[in-house]
Design a binder for this molecule. Structure first.
Ligand code: NDP
Ligand code: OXD
Length: 310
């Protein structure tokens, strides 16, 4: 088997990916936009986003493999519907997402966000610590990432709640489904973490209506996608003290423009879409497996259901 792979990403290193794939395939072709000799011979598109020219010229494509856990950045409506699409599940991505969630949660739980503000005004104010069992954390999304984050926070002793499309039974985690379930969950939560995929159903889910059900003074952590959030509604909810603070790893537009009100906002911390990172060394294992499956005409691992959008 000699897979012919087309690579496209402005975030991932082609050199590192080529080297990582060489650990799995004795012989393979690897090209990028501009140097693909015979597009009709390309088997696999390994991509973070769609290249400017689209994928249409790859008329014999066997699979589209996302370099991310999310696929919305590929705009699945523009993809050839007959070619299977898979998202990435990778231990390094999961681990970095779990670490980010724990860091952001502890920053609120141990009041570092308040000490950061106080220290800017040279204010020495004692805010007593509390136990993790007294802080409740809600997860929107209980998939590959949400489940791991929920388990890790539970392990730290937090009270953990989670919401998903289909019902889940998870050890010591209270689970919810449906819009009413979501409203009930956020009403009980001190910290709300979004780790949903962006679909027609989840776009703008973090909006005024949801904030109206939140516990007063809740903190929000958005690790999903910028378009999950109605930005103006968050600013309003912070002004109204419904939401106390927010950590935003993703923006409606990335990078968030310099004049955006999120920058320098005393109650918002922006991180530049760094919550999760997949490292080619580990991620190439799952990608290689899917390349083998695609070449053998088998169903892909983590194949996206285009109907439901994730
Ligand atoms: P999964 O597909 O494994 O899980 C998705 C979860 O969301 C599932 O629990 C699913 O429910 C739930 N869900 C989907 N639609 C709905 C809905 N309409 N209502 C309620 N629940 C819903 O995805 P991953 O966990 O691998 O990744 C999740 C997202 O995290 C990615 O799509 C991406 O947006 C984001 N991400 C962000 C990164 C960053 O650096 N900021 C890095 C990596 C990912 P069910 O279980 O019932 O199917
Ligand atoms: C992803 C991401 O979806 O990094 O993997 O956002």
């Amino acid at each position: 088997m000699k897979p012919n792979i087309f690579f496209n990403s402005n975030l991932d290193s082609p050199e590192e990916w080529r080297a990582a794939l060489a650990m799995h395939f004795g012989d393979f072709k690897f090209s990028m936009a501009g140097d693909t000799e015979n597009p009709e011979n390309v088997d696999i598109a390994l991509v973070w986003t769609i290249p400017d020219g689209g994928l249409e010229r790859f008329i014999n494509l066997r699979a589209i493999l996302s370099l991310g856990a999310g696929v919305n950045q590929l705009d699945p409506t523009r993809l050839p519907a007959h070619v299977p699409l898979a998202r990435l599940v990778d231990p390094s991505l999961t681990r970095t997402m779990v670490d980010y969630a724990k860091t952001a949660v502890y920053r609120y739980h141990r009041r570092f966000h308040e000490f950061e503000r106080l220290s800017r005004h040279s204010e020495w104010k004692f805010i007593p610590p509390t136990l993790t069992r007294d802080t409740s954390v809600a997860l929107l999304g209980l998939g590959e990432l949400g489940r791991e984050i929920a388990g890790a926070l539970r392990h730290e002793g937090f009270k953990v709640l989670g919401w998903s499309r289909t019902p889940k039974q998870l050890n010591n985690i209270q689970t919810f489904t449906g819009r009413d379930g979501l409203a009930s969950m956020v009403a009980e939560s001190d910290i709300i973490i979004n780790v949903l995929p962006l679909t027609d159903d989840t776009r703008h889910i973090l909006r005024r209506e949801l904030f109206s059900h939140c516990r007063r003074g809740a903190c929000l952590i958005n690790m999903g996608r910028g378009l999950h959030l109605v930005e103006a509604d968050l600013l309003e909810a912070i002004d109204d003290r419904i939401i106390a603070d927010a950590t935003l790893d993703v923006g409606t537009v990335e990078p968030i423009p310099p004049a955006h009100p999120f920058w320098n906002h005393p109650h918002i911390l922006v991180t530049p879409h760094v919550a999760g990172l997949s490292m080619p060394e580990t991620a190439s294992k799952a990608i290689a497996e899917n390349i083998r499956k695609a070449m053998a005409g088998e169903r892909l691992l983590h194949q996206v259901d285009l109907g439901r959008g994730y």
